[in-house]
Design a protein around this ligand. Sequence first.
Ligand SMILES: Cc1cc2nc3c(=O)[nH]c(=O)nc-3n(C[C@H](O)[C@H](O)[C@H](O)COP(=O)(O)OP(=O)(O)OC[C@H]3O[C@@H](n4cnc5c(N)ncnc54)[C@H](O)[C@@H]3O)c2cc1C
Length: 370
Amino acid sequence: VSVRLHTRVTRIQPDKKTVEIEGDEQLPYDYLVVATGATPRSLEVPGKDRPGLFYMRNLSDAIRIKKFIATRKCRSAALIGAGFVSLEMCEAFNKIGISPRLFDRKNLPMTRLGGRFGKQIVEELTQHDVLYLPDSMVERFSSSSNDEIIVHTNHGAYETDLVLIGIGVVPEVSLAAAAGIKIGPTGAIAVNEHMQTNIPNIYAAGDCCESFHRVSGKSVHLPLGDIANKQGRVAGANIGGQKIAFPGIVGSNCFKLFNLEIASTGLTLREANETGFKADAVTIEGRSKPHGYPGAEKIWLQMVAEKESGRILGAHVIGKEGAVNRINIVASALTAGLRVADLAYLDLAYAPPFSGAWDPLHIAAQRFLK
Ligand SMILES: Cc1cc2nc3c(=O)[nH]c(=O)nc-3n(C[C@H](O)[C@H](O)[C@H](O)COP(=O)(O)OP(=O)(O)OC[C@H]3O[C@@H](n4cnc5c(N)ncnc54)[C@H](O)[C@@H]3O)c2cc1C
């Protein structure tokens, strides 16, 4: 395998089966895998190119941020956008003694998961001295007389040492689109189950391409590392002569915020109804372990299912422990097409250090059946 670092591909020429790299060099290929990832969505406001404004996409970004913090002896950071990367970065800044302020254009973080979950997240941020500023629109950046950055918002101006912008990513498809590779409705590269594009010897994998969502039955763009890994393997196996299929995703994801685990899979109630299901949801407050057992923590779980058939469509869980393992069970249930009634008596492993005899998943399913 020949690896060429610091080498930008500038053009794909499917008719000649070559890629052009900076400096006009042409490299021939038999098969090509486009794995160009995603790029951060840029915040288009005046002052956006000022030093001290960062995006967090890769290791080089992290190294640049660390160097800036060390040389400028930063004590404060403004984070724009409250997605999972910004939330994780609040924790990272907090751990090195930097006070984070989190500007969110919505009124709660993770609105996809609903208000109850968003409020838990805000509570966790507040307990760890992160100032959460809802309904904040950043209008521009400027510099103060002592070279601090001023973040101008609809609620006023804030001085800070560093700004991290995390307002989402877009699939990096410019090379692919210019080469005539089909772009799907999500804006990412369209692929079949073998990760093949519309050009038979060109494959795509990872954040630049779409995935088939097994619950909604639609193509989605979900830029996550585990999906990218699996898609890459499927593309490579097919190029190597094995005819294997990527089975699609159910949309599982998780992250940690200080002492909270936040995890979700499948569709939310809104997404389910928008997809065309007639869905309902139950929300329960349970315990990670039996009530009264040392270390038992509260857990909030919302489960979404189709009203008539009881088919499970999704769930999200938040709590100090045990959220991710519950979501992984629901992910398996989604893949298997289980119904709420299957989950209501599912034979999950039970011992008090790990869960109650009636796990929060059982309780949610039982509640749904009432
Ligand atoms: C801070 C952070 C935390 C994350 N945490 C998680 C997590 O906990 N769980 C999870 O599942 N996912 C996580 N992700 C997402 C995960 O990192 C991505 O889904 C994954 O890296 C995608 O892999 P990829 O190979 O498709 O793209 P990338 O890793 O982005 O790689 C794309 C590569 O293509 C190169 N490239 C692009 N264009 C060209 C060109 N023209 N010529 C040559 N090279 C080019 C880029 O330089 C880059 O090296 C996180 C992302 C971030 C930023």
